[in-house]
Write a protein that binds this ligand. Structure first.
Ligand code: NAD
Ligand code: IPM
Ligand code: MN
Length: 359
């Protein structure tokens, strides 16, 4: 029986709450699906910082390197400035493990979950391929003359040919192999960012020559956020820079009903390093500790993790369970207008997944 070693970093706020449910659902089906999951839990996050002065140990990446995957809840918001908490943990792992693809799928599973009028179930089915290792998040810059009238802050976006080309190729390949519309949209802003975004479009068009079967278009990101509301059905694969992808994916999360539903995978496609799977949302301090967070984003991220590990059947079953529970509509957390707790939602998903696994 295959056995996978998973590093579990619950993190802060609702992070540990939602991961508990993700593990519950995976554990419900693992044996039936013929594999085992071996979790090792790491207490890293803001509370760890208060005690140790760092979000994770200096050798954190060495520790994580030997795992098959990393399952992360959420980081930030509990007495540690965000740029420190996220920079020292989440962004350090994404960059350090060259997880340059951030894959964020969106599907409308039940019509009434969509905040828009006239959009039917399954009509929204898109994926954002977000560049995850450079761009606006390159961590290049500095501050001078702090606290004086001459103060200067510089944050430089870095777009390399290697980094831009590889994310474009990944997006095109994904588009080619998806059961979608074979339509790739690039988020751009070349009207204002005359260096980076003009380059981004040039690389897009160069790479596009190798994919004549894919319909390619590019849209300034301001128009794109509007069009995603006007006609979300039109989109298939969207490729975006790090910052644009971040912003777009909170929007696409809302289109499917709630940020609590959205999942993401931080992937190192070459598998030189472990990939990391997490819900899109943050630590949600406003609802943390109440047991009411929606765990579906975390469960969906778990399904993406199993798919990455080669457990296609189990991944499909988990997605089937999410779809069925959302469509039946009996068990819904507060963000979806219901009153189920985080654990009740996890129980419902685990029961449904077990049922589907036995079919
Ligand atoms: P957030 O995603 O934590 O919350 C935004 C809103 O969505 C809140 O109203 C929250 O209650 C709601 N929400 C989030 N997850 C939910 C869930 N599972 N179920 C139901 N409702 C949910 O964003 P924020 O408030 O801007 O950030 C809070 C902290 O999290 C900050 O420190 C931020 O930097 C951090 N953050 C971390 C990550 C990450 O770890 N990947 C992602 C985003 C934000
Ligand atoms: C996300 C988050 C992170 C990001 C933050 C917390 C650094 O918003 O994963 O979407 O911007 O990538
Ligand atoms: Mn975000």
């Amino acid at each position: 029986m295959d056995s996978y070693r998973i590093a579990v970093i619950g993190g802060d706020g609702v992070g540990p709450e939602v991961l508990t449910e993700g593990c519950k659902v995976m554990d419900a089906i693992a044996e039936l699906a013929g594999f085992a999951l071996e979790y090792e839990r790491f207490p890293w996050g803001c509370a760890y910082y208060q005690e140790h002065g760092e979000m994770m140990p200096q050798n954190g990446l060495d520790v994580l390197q030997d795992f098959d995957a990393i399952y992360l809840g959420a980081i930030g918001g509990f007495g540690v400035p965000d740029h420190i908490s996220l920079g020292d943990l989440l962004l350090r792992i994404r960059r350090g493990f060259d997880q340059y693809v951030n894959l964020r799928p969106t599907r409308l599973m039940a019509e009434e979950l969509c905040p828009l009028k006239g959009v039917s179930q399954d009509e929204i089915d898109l994926v954002v391929v977000r560049e995850n290792a450079e761009g606006e998040y390159a961590h290049a810059g500095g501050r001078l003359y702090q606290g004086t009238p001459n103060e200067v802050a510089v944050q430089t976006a870095i777009f390399t040919r290697r980094g831009t080309e590889r994310i474009m190729r990944y997006a095109f390949d994904l588009c080619r192999h998806r059961d979608g519309k074979k339509r790739l949209t690039a988020a751009t802003k070349s009207n204002a960012n005359a260096f980076t975004m003009v380059f981004w479009e040039e690389v897009l068009q160069e790479v596009a020559r190798d994919y004549p079967d894919i319909e390619v278009n590019w849209t300034h990101v301001d128009a794109l956020v509007m069009n995603l509301i006007r006609k979300p059905q039109w989109y298939d694969v969207i490729v975006a820079s790090n910052l644009f992808g971040d912003i777009l994916t909170d929007e696409t999360a809302a289109l499917q009903g709630s940020l609590g539903l959205a999942a993401g995978a931080n992937i190192n496609p070459e598998r030189r390093f472990p990939s990391m799977f997490e819900p899109v949302h943050g630590s949600a301090p406003d609802i943390a500790g109440q047991g009411i967070a929606n765990p579906i984003g975390a469960v969906w991220a778990g399904a993406m993790m199993l798919e990455h590990l080669g457990e296609q059947k189990a991944a499909q079953v988990m997605m089937g369970a999410i779809e069925a529970v959302l469509r039946e509509g009996q068990v819904r957390t507060a963000d979806l207008g219901g009153n189920a707790s985080t654990a009740e939602m996890g129980d419902a998903l685990a029961a449904k997944a077990t049922e589907l696994m036995k079919d």
